[in-house]
Design a protein around this ligand. Sequence first.
Ligand SMILES: *Cc1c(COP(=O)(O)O)cnc(C)c1O
Length: 423
Amino acid sequence: MIYQNSIEFAKALDRTDPLKTFRNQFHIPKHTDGEEKIYLCGNSLGLQPTNTQKYIQQELDDWAKYGVDGHTEAEHAWMPYHEFLTEKMAKIVGAKPKEVVVMNTLTTNLHLMMVSFFRPTKKRYKILIESDAFPSDKYAVESQLKFHDIDPTDGMILWKPRPGENTCRMEDYEKIIQDHGDEIALVMIGSTNYYSGQSFDLKKITKLAHDKNITVGFDLAHGAGNIQPNLHEVGADFAVWCTYKYLNSGPGSLGGCFVHERHANNPDLKRFVGWWGHDKSTRFNMRKDFSPIPGAEGWQLSNPPILSMAAIRASLDVFDAAGFEKIREKSEKITGFLEFLIDELDNEDIHIITPRNPEERGCQLSIQVKNADKTLFDKITEAGVVSDWREPDVIRVAPAPLYNSYTDVYVFVQILKKVLNEI
Ligand SMILES: *Cc1c(COP(=O)(O)O)cnc(C)c1O
């Protein structure tokens, strides 16, 4: 794609954008002057689809109308409500429906998955994680190690960028697996790093680990709705994700969980259980011994919050209407435009730390601004840009293909340019 550095070019891209009508299906936050903000923060909290309110209102109305009978009588009966999400969510992560369930929140699911899939022995007891993993993932991993009486300084192996680099190299991962493969029980990696925006080759990571009999789990918090992780084909043992970032399902909304079908009917897998994971046909014979539903649903604990699931349904319907291939296509194009415009600033203090190869990233670019401090961020915020600042000197911006326009991207870079001249 050959880009041009002009507002006319950005507007022309918007006019021919096959997803251009989807922006109208979202509430775009407004500036004090009533103008729409430039919202580049879908990697942190996705915007609200306009139909979310209707979907939630339906459940409130059915609750008012039916009380407890809503479990069976509501237009979308609450008892099987999570099943209404499964097929569309499975498409988002490239899985078979029985491999996917929406339940709990991300960190909770990560713990539940590690209960089942981190089974340390005397010889094989370590967990490999990327050094710049999201803090919650590291806390979860550390606490699981401690739970098994393993000292995290011994039990946690870090996949680190080389000195002076910001992203992790696959050859370094290969080397760790080669040198320590027999001690590693679990590889737990974020599919797309929250800080650098780097997306990994999940298939290669899984294959190299499986060759050494290591279990593999992925955190798709920054992957789901952003890249296509193809979980089934990749062969990961488990994955977890949240739905409030690229999946636009509202603050703190429920998470998703994937368990590969090879584990669907394994009675030897230890797990923490609750009644919602019990065989549906006998769930209400409360005195039966626990018998898990085959597949990911067998890890459910509780009957889920329907209002949160209604918001997820609303959002998944938008994704389904757009089609993930078109979303990904625009993602590459709009992120490429952002990259082009930043390069055009020709400012040596600015450095994009996210990989240049579109296959190694989603729509987020992490921009390092040398010698800058938070004043820069505050000034672009004042000018109407919603982005995200990470100390000491990185701005993360993510043009979300469903609701961001090429004009948003152009205007953002103009604002950045102006502010850089002022500080
Ligand atoms: C956003 C994010 C989380 C947040 O976890 P919650 O349990 O949903 O609060 C965890 N891990 C990663 C990698 C994230 O990006």
